[in-house]
Design a protein around this ligand. Structure first.
Ligand code: UDP
Ligand code: MG
Length: 326
């Protein structure tokens, strides 16, 4: 590692948090100085218009460890985090919210777990200080469902406070609101994931940027997550199985029509005939979608020279291959 790179990069998405930033920064510095490693703090200002930008600039003037990325407009928390990750130089990245709901005092415990050999350490807001109906209940249901469907046993996907080894973060592309699922995407890339309980405080200043609508967005992300996790290099298996299912249903309906005709009924008056044709056509369309998805995956991997595998470590790596005809 380049000796100028810090060990830790702390990344915070900031959208209209002016009244929280000074207290947050003081607490963050206290904890990081107690840990005693080199660090940088990257504030990603996601289009704030409440004066947060001015407060951040002031912090950067007085603290050389502070770096600020000011986005051109409000892109959303995931994009802000992505910007921070792209510009981070540390070996370990720590993400946390900038509203003082996450507590920097938990950082040493996350780092301790990283030292034990984990690649991702996920915070679990066991005693979460948020409204029950709009946040805690939907989050509990979504978390149960997501860990059941993905097989990743984490209680709190939505907690931003997490620590990651940088190489894990660099292998993940973040779209939409997928920052909640970094630990799942990392786990599927072979990361060792641990969980530690973290503190969570009620919001003192500023407003939450999310409403109950968020639950629908999270639910809509789940099918994509399943597709990404299990079928990213073989989408035809996903669509193909669905296509076979539809064709099987079409055959069953056709058999029913045949039986009714045997018993003397007119085929044209039989509803199962239409159903059979319907299932047949949907099956054909599903197969076609599978083929298109296969093409898309090839374009995705080959145009960006992305591999279908990731190497954790290479021992005695060979020098680059020379052309034997030279
Ligand atoms: N945030 C952001 N861009 C957005 C929305 C939120 O950078 O479009 C930041 C926000 O400033 C905070 C963190 O993401 O630091 C979490 O947001 P919030 O506290 O509103 O979420 P909640 O805790 O209510 O789930
Ligand atoms: Mg919050």
């Amino acid at each position: 590692m380049n000796q100028h790179n810090p060990y830790l990069s702390v990344i915070l998405p900031v959208y209209n948090e002016a009244d929280n930033l000074n207290a947050l920064h003081r607490s963050l510095c206290r904890e990081l100085q107690a840990v005693g490693c080199s660090y940088e703090i990257i504030y990603c200002d996601d289009g704030s218009d409440d004066g947060s930008t001015g407060v951040l600039k002031e912090l950067a003037r007085s603290d050389p460890n502070v770096r600020i990325l000011i986005l051109r407009r409000n892109y959303g928390q995931t994009a802000a985090i992505s910007a921070g990750v792209d510009h981070a130089r540390g070996e370990i990245m720590i993400l946390l919210d900038a509203d003082l709901q996450n507590d920097p005092a938990d950082i040493p415990r996350l780092l301790q777990k990283i030292d034990e050999g984990y690649d991702i350490v996920s915070g679990w807001r066991r005693r979460r200080s948020d409204p029950w109906i709009s946040k805690k209940l939907p989050s509990r249901i979504a978390n149960k469902f997501i860990s059941w469907i993905t097989g990743v046993p984490i209680h709190d996907q939505g907690c931003t406070l997490k620590a990651y080894r940088s190489e894990i973060m660099h292998d993940i592309s973040l779209y939409g609101e997928m920052h909640r699922f970094i630990s799942i995407l990392g786990y599927w890339n072979g990361a060792k994931v641990a969980e530690v309980e973290v503190r969570h405080h009620p919001r003192q200043s500023g407003k939450s940027k999310y409403s109950l609508i968020r639950i629908f967005k999270v639910l809509l992300d789940i099918p994509l997550l399943v597709l990404l996790g299990n079928y990213i290099t073989r989408p035809m298996h996903f669509f193909g199985i669905a296509g076979i299912g539809f064709h099987f249903a079409a055959v069953l309906c056709a058999l029913r029509v045949a039986k009714d005709m045997w018993e003397g009924e007119q085929a044209s008056e039989n509803g199962f005939l239409i159903l059979s044709v319907f299932f047949f056509l949907v099956g054909v369309m599903t197969f076609m979608m599978g083929l298109l998805a296969e093409l898309t995956i090839r374009v995705y991997h080959e145009s960006q020279q992305k591999k279908t595998y990731l190497i954790r470590e290479s021992i005695n790596p060979a020098p680059p291959r020379t052309d034997q005809n030279e």
